[in-house]
Unconditional design. Structure first.
Length: 257
């Protein structure tokens, strides 16, 4: 079982070492912008490292959007981030399921499909895209699993992967008991777990991560999800080196990893 953390992008390998992490995730550009990835000096070191690397796409990226001025740059960003992520040897690019302003989810799923078609016509995706479930919104493509199933009908054939966030699932109103089986019945796979506690209550719709055992989720359910999935796990929790090291230690201790 490989466990790690979402860290600052300046020197991810140093951050991983400070936490004893076997996996790291970071951003390649300002997550609140539509900016292209920033060129890095540590590409060779990242590729050579024994630490598994995952890249998180910017939050603004929303390929499901009905708005051209969001959807078109989002498609392009998906490609530039996928290429830059492959360049650093990443095992996957995590992209939020997105949402449909105005509410026609069918159009959102069709737009997701078009994003994969666009990518195929633009040379293909050089690494797996891992679609992540989200916590909030009524028009989210990957909050409720009935919608996730519709999304997968649209994109499954393109080899999309899945990232399960425990905070988002809980706050999004999906029971964590037996969740891995429910997800796998839809997607057939879980590539990564985001192992986070939730400050917000069940079905609150709040995307507010907390340290394991500090929030509303029973940590045993997070451990059970990691174990059942067999996937690597990343904590996206507060508290820097100290807070995240404690979360990683808790997961290792309880899972016997
Ligand atoms: Zn997450």
């Amino acid at each position: 079982m490989r466990i790690g953390a979402h860290v600052d992008s300046a020197d991810p390998l140093a951050e991983a070492a400070a936490r004893g992490a076997e996996v790291v995730q970071f951003f390649l550009a300002d997550p609140q912008s539509y900016k292209n990835p920033v060129p890095r000096e540590d590409v060779e070191r990242l590729r050579a490292s024994e630490v598994d690397v995952f890249i998180h796409a910017p939050y603004r990226l929303n390929v499901a959007s009905p708005n051209n001025r969001i959807r078109i740059p989002s498609r392009k960003l998906l490609m530039t981030h996928a290429r830059a992520a492959a360049e650093v040897g990443a095992k996957g690019l995590i992209v939020h399921g997105g949402h449909v302003e105005g509410g026609d989810l069918a159009a959102g799923f069709a737009n997701w499909r078009k994003a994969f078609e666009y990518a195929e016509n633009d040379g293909g995706l050089p690494l797996p895209i891992l679609i992540e479930n989200t916590a909030g919104g009524d028009n989210a493509c990957a909050r409720r699993f009935d919608n996730l199933a519709r999304l997968w009908d649209a994109v499954g054939e393109f080899g999309a992967g899945f990232c399960l966030d425990t905070c988002h699932a809980f706050a999004g109103g999906e029971d964590l008991v037996g969740i891995v089986d429910r997800v796998k019945a839809i997607t057939g796979r879980i590539d990564l777990i985001h192992a986070n506690d939730s400050k917000g209550g069940f079905d609150s719709g709040q995307d507010r991560h907390d340290n394991l055992g500090n929030g509303k989720i029973d940590p045993e359910l997070v451990v059970a999800a990691i174990r059942a999935s067999g996937a690597p796990a990343i904590v996206e929790t507060p508290g820097g080196v100290k807070g995240q090291s404690a979360d990683i230690a808790l997961l290792r201790e309880r899972s016997g990893a």
